[in-house]
Design a protein around this ligand. Structure first.
Ligand SMILES: Cc1cc2nc3c(=O)[nH]c(=O)nc-3n(C[C@H](O)[C@H](O)[C@H](O)COP(=O)(O)OP(=O)(O)OC[C@H]3O[C@@H](n4cnc5c(N)ncnc54)[C@H](O)[C@@H]3O)c2cc1C
Length: 385
C-alpha cells in the first residue's frame, strides 16, 4: 500500500520487518492453520518475542510505545498472509480486546495481565455478542450480580473469536437495569479467566471462512468473577465499549482493504500469465478496465481509511469518518473479491488459489464489528436528515 504522507520512516521500517516476517514465517503455514482451525501457541509467543503484540502499548508495561498507526501497519501486513483468519485472530488480541486493559484497567490489573498478554502467553478475546443480541448491544442479557466480594455471571456469548483457545476474555454483562430513555445503561465489562467452574466453551462454531481463527459459543452458569476483575466503572460498560469501537472498526477496514489489495495483486499476476485466444488475458481491454476500476475503488477507500485512522490516532472525534471508512472499505473489499474470483475463471473457484479463500473470508467484514446497515445508521444520524 502507498500512503507515504501517512506513515513515518519508523512506520515504514516496521512495515518492512513485519512483511519479511509474514512472508517467511506466516504465509507458508497458513494452509495448515486453516485446516487445523486455529493458530498454534508457538506463533503467539513468536509474535510476543518480536514485540508485535504491544506496538502502541506503554513502554512501562513492556510495550513498544508506538502510536496507533504502528498497529495499522501490523494490520496491513498481517492481512497479506493470505489467511483472513490469522490476521483477524491476531488483531482481535492486539486491537479489539487488550487495549481496553490499558485504557480502563487498574494498576493491579495491568501488572497482573499485561506482561503475559504482550508475550503471547495469554491470548485475548472480546465477548460481547449473544445469541439474542448482536447489533442491538443494549439487549445484552448476560447478568453479573454482585454478591459480596464477587459477581456471579450467568448467560451465553456467541461468535467469540479466539474464544475456543483463549485465556482472557473481555466480557460485557448487565449489572443494573436499563431505563426506557437510557437503554445502554447498566452494562459493565469484566476480565474473565478461563479454567474455573461455571465457565465453559459450549460450542466450537464451524464457519464459511476465517477458518484459521477459532470461534466459540461460551456459557456462563454461576461463574464467580472477583470484584477486582470489573474493568472500568460499573454501569458504564457501553460507554467504554463505544469509545473502543472506533479502533476496532478502523482495524476491520484496514484488514479488509489490505486483504483486497493482495487479492488484486494476485489477480493481476494471474491475468499476465494466463493465455487465451493467443495472448495473455492482461491484454484484453475489458479486463484491464475492470482491474483499473477495482484499483480506483481500493485507492478511494484507502484514503478514507487513512483519514479515519489519523483522526483516531490524534484522539479526535471520528465516529462519522470511522463508520464511513468501515462501510466503504468492507463493501469495496467484497466487490474486489467477487471480481478477483471471476477474473481467475474456474481456477478462482479452486481451493489452491488464494482468491478462493479471500472470497470466503472477506464476507465477514460487512457483518462483524457493526454491520453495513448499522454503519449507514450511524452515518445517517450525523447528517442533517
Ligand atoms: C466469524 C465471526 C466472528 C465474530 N467475532 C466476534 C467477537 O470476537 N466478539 C463479539 O462480541 N462478536 C463477534 N462477532 C459478532 C458480530 O459482531 C455480530 O455478528 C454482528 O455485530 C451482527 O450481529 P448479529 O449477528 O446478531 O446480527 P443482527 O443484529 O441480528 O442483524 C441481522 C441483520 O439485520 C440487520 N439489522 C440489525 N439491526 C438493524 C437496524 N437497526 N437497521 C437496519 N438493519 C439492521 C443487520 O445489519 C443484519 O443484516 C463475530 C461474528 C462472526 C460471524
Amino acid at each position: 500500500m502507498g500512503g507515504q504522507a501517512v506513515f513515518s520512516g519508523e512506520h515504514e521500517q516496521l512495515r518492512k520487518a513485519v512483511r519479511a516476517f509474514v512472508e517467511k514465517e506466516v504465509t507458508p503455514c497458513v494452509a495448515a492453520w486453516e485446516t487445523a482451525g486455529r493458530i498454534p501457541r508457538t506463533f503467539w509467543r513468536r509474535l510476543g518475542e518480536l514485540g508485535l503484540l504491544g506496538l502502541d502499548f506503554p513502554v512501562a508495561y513492556g510495550g513498544s510505545g508506538g502510536d496507533f498507526l504502528s498497529s495499522v501497519v501490523l494490520g496491513e501486513e498481517m492481512a497479506r498472509c493470505r489467511s483472513g483468519g490469522v490476521a483477524f485472530s491476531v488483531l482481535v488480541h492486539t486491537d479489539m480486546s487488550s487495549p481496553w486493559l490499558v485504557r480502563y484497567g487498574t494498576e493491579a490489573q495491568k501488572r497482573r495481565y499485561l506482561p503475559r498478554v504482550l508475550s503471547g502467553e495469554t491470548v485475548c478475546a472480546l465477548a460481547i455478542t449473544e445469541p439474542g443480541a448482536g447489533s442491538d448491544m443494549a439487549a445484552l442479557a448476560t447478568r453479573a450480580e454482585r454478591r459480596g466480594d464477587h459477581y456471579v455471571l450467568t448467560g451465553r456469548k456467541i461468535f467469540i473469536t479466539n474464544g475456543v483457545h483463549g485465556d482472557l476474555y473481555f466480557v460485557a454483562a448487565r449489572t443494573g437495569p436499563a431505563t426506557a430513555e437510557r437503554r445502554h445503561d447498566g452494562l459493565s465489562m469484566f476480565l474473565v479467566e478461563r479454567g474455573l467452574p461455571g465457565f465453559e466453551v459450549s460450542r466450537t462454531l464451524d464457519k464459511m471462512g476465517m477458518r484459521a481463527s477459532d470461534t466459540a459459543e461460551l456459557a456462563f452458569d454461576g461463574y464467580a468473577v472477583p470484584a477486582e476483575s470489573l474493568l472500568g466503572v460499573e454501569g458504564r460498560g457501553f460507554q467504554q465499549l463505544a469509545a473502543g469501537l472506533q479502533r476496532e472498526r478502523t482495524m476491520v477496514a484496514v484488514l479488509a482493504l489490505s486483504g483486497a489489495a493482495q487479492a488484486l495483486e494476485d489477480t493481476i499476476a494471474y491475468l499476465r500469465e494466463r493465455q487465451a485466444f493467443g495472448e495473455p488475458l492482461a491484454a484484453r481491454q475489458v479486463l484491464r478496465h475492470r482491474v483499473a476500476e477495482l484499483a480506483t475503488d481500493l485507492e478511494a477507500a484507502r484514503q478514507l481509511v487513512y483519514h479515519a485512522a489519523r483522526l483516531h490516532a490524534a484522539g479526535e472525534e471520528c465516529v462519522r469518518e470511522v463508520s464511513m471508512a468501515k462501510l466503504l472499505a468492507t463493501e469495496v473489499a467484497n466487490r474486489v473479491a467477487y471480481h478477483a474470483v471471476q477474473l481467475h475463471g474456474g481456477y478462482g473457484y479452486m481451493r489452491e488459489f488464494p482468491v478462493e479463500g479471500f472470497f470466503r473470508d472477506v464476507r465477514l467484514w460487512t457483518i462483524a464489528s457493526g454491520t453495513s446497515e448499522i454503519m449507514r445508521e450511524i452515518i445517517a444520524k450525523r447528517l442533517p436528515l
